[in-house]
Structures are given as C-alpha cells and as structure tokens.
Design a protein around this ligand. Structure first.
Ligand code: SAH
Length: 258
C-alpha cells in the first residue's frame, strides 16, 4: 500500500517536547493549517517529556544548584527524547524556546519551512538546565517578554513556518506579499463595500489599471514602513525608484511638521 509519506516525501514534521502536550490540539485543528495537515503536507506531534523521565515518579525538574526559587528542567529526559526523535531522521533541527534566544523573524520562518523535521523544546518553571543548550541548533524567543512556558512560543513558530510550506495556503501568492516577506510592511487591503462609514476605497484600486495599482501599493508599503517600522528599511531590498519615493515621503513629512 502507498503510504502518505510516499506521496508526500517532503512532508515536514514538527515534533514538540513538552510537559503539556494537550495544549497543541485546538490551535491547529480546523483552519487552513488543520486542513493542510489533513492533506499530509506536515505533521504536528507533541510528545510528553515525562515519557523519557526515569524512576517511579517520572521527575522532569529539580531545584536549582546554588539556591533560589522555582524548579529547573533536568537535562537527562531531554537528551533521551532527542536521541529517540532524531533516530532515522538525519536532517532535523532542534529549537529551544527561550526568552534569551534570537528574536524570531519572518526570515527564520522561511528558512525553517525548508527543513524536514523540527524538534521544539518547551521549557517551564524557571527554564531549562544550561547543559541543554549544547543539544540544540537554534535558540528562539518570540519577543522581549516572559511566558510561563515555551508551548505558546513553539505554536507561534509552527504557525508562521507551516503557512510557508508550499501548498499550505490555497493561493500561493498570499504569503509572498505579506508583511516582512520583502523586508517591508504590507500595503493596506480593502474589500467590499466601496464606501464604509464615509471612508472610500482608494480610486486607484477600482481602476483596473494593474501597473498603477502596483505602483500605489509599493508607495503605500514604503510609506507605512517608514512611519511605523523605519528600522526595517535598513535591511529591505530597495530599488532606485523606491529611494526616490522614500525621499518624497520624507520631504512631505518634514513639510507637515514645519
Ligand atoms: N527564567 C527564564 C525564563 C523561564 S520562562 C529566564 O529568565 O530566561 C519558562 C519557559 O518559557 C522558558 O524555559 C521558555 O521555554 C519559555 N519562554 C518564556 N518566554 C519566552 C519567550 N519570550 N520566547 C520563547 N520562549 C519563552
């Protein structure tokens, strides 16, 4: 019998090491990601770390050396779990969720979407034993704040990555124009009705002139990014025409302030 794996040789696996595997059910069922998973484009498999813990009590955490509040996750169950999960998967990346990691960005999602297997380690309590860091390929944070556990961070990264796997979004174009994909924020979007609360859809979008529409959208992207996230412009790919538009916007803004 032909297995799903034969039909989808590039099926991506998201394996999660967590003390709370049940958290991963509903966020991915239904919705566009749930349907893509049903079609075999990727698999999300939460694993209970306790299954790799030793002894009658299956202990996964312990008090910190040197004293202090809270508990620290032990290295042995994580090491044993990684050995099992990596078996037979020469191409896998292990990601530790930590507020001390690299801030996760769209470019990371794009790179991860090309992997075969991603293993997520979700910390809890005070975090993980420092020696776990030597077992991972990347350490990711989803922002400068502290969560109670790495599960939500893993879900955020899985969501952002899975939608970039070819075939997951019905209309492939829709992820290519998203914010950040070309280093800029996306242009404003409108749908029916043409007028809402006295606010009209810009005429250019109703014109049917595709070149004009593309020009307008690019200007809007540059304007938005300059006003909301000027930091992004430093690394965005800008054409000479973009630079001219940006200069005009900057001049306009300076004029408004004077
Ligand atoms: N004491 C640790 C924080 C522990 S929070 C410190 O100060 O660095 C418990 C767990 O939640 C972490 O081990 C990590 O897996 C997860 N976590 C918390 N905030 C996070 C964030 N911003 N990004 C990714 N994971 C986070």
């Amino acid at each position: 019998m032909i297995s799903l794996k034969d039909l989808c040789p590039n099926q991506m696996n998201f394996d999660i090491l967590t003390l709370f595997p049940d958290m991963f059910g509903s966020p991915f069922s239904g919705s566009i990601l749930g349907k893509a998973a049903d079609r075999g484009l990727f698999r999300i498999r939460p694993h209970n770390l306790r299954d790799w813990a030793e002894g009658k009590h299956k202990v996964t955490d312990d008090t910190p050396y040197g004293g202090g509040d809270g508990m620290v996750m032990k290295p042995e169950p994580v090491a044993a779990a990684l050995t099992d999960l990596k078996r037979g998967s020469p191409r896998s990346r292990t990601l530790l969720m930590t507020p001390q990691g690299t801030i996760f960005r769209q470019e990371h999602a794009r790179a991860l979407a090309a992997e075969e297997k991603l293993i997520f380690i979700c910390g809890r309590y005070e975090g993980v034993d420092e020696r776990i860091r030597a077992m991972v390929d990347d350490e990711f944070s989803i922002g400068d704040f502290v969560l109670t556990g790495g599960e939500l961070a893993a879900m955020v990264i899985i969501d952002a990555t899975a939608r970039l796997i070819p075939g997951v979004l019905g209309n492939r174009g829709s992820s290519e124009t998203d914010s950040f994909s070309d280093g800029l924020l996306e242009y404003p979007q409108y749908t029916r009705p043409v007028e809402f609360g006295g606010d009209r859809v810009p005429d250019v979008l109703l014109s049917g002139n595709h070149a004009e529409i593309a020009r307008w959208r690019r200007c809007q992207q540059l304007n938005r990014t300059l006003q909301r996230r000027p930091d992004l412009l430093r690394s965005a790919e800008l054409s000479p025409a973009d630079e001219v538009v940006l200069d005009e916007i900057r001049r306009d803004l300076a004029g408004v302030k004077e």
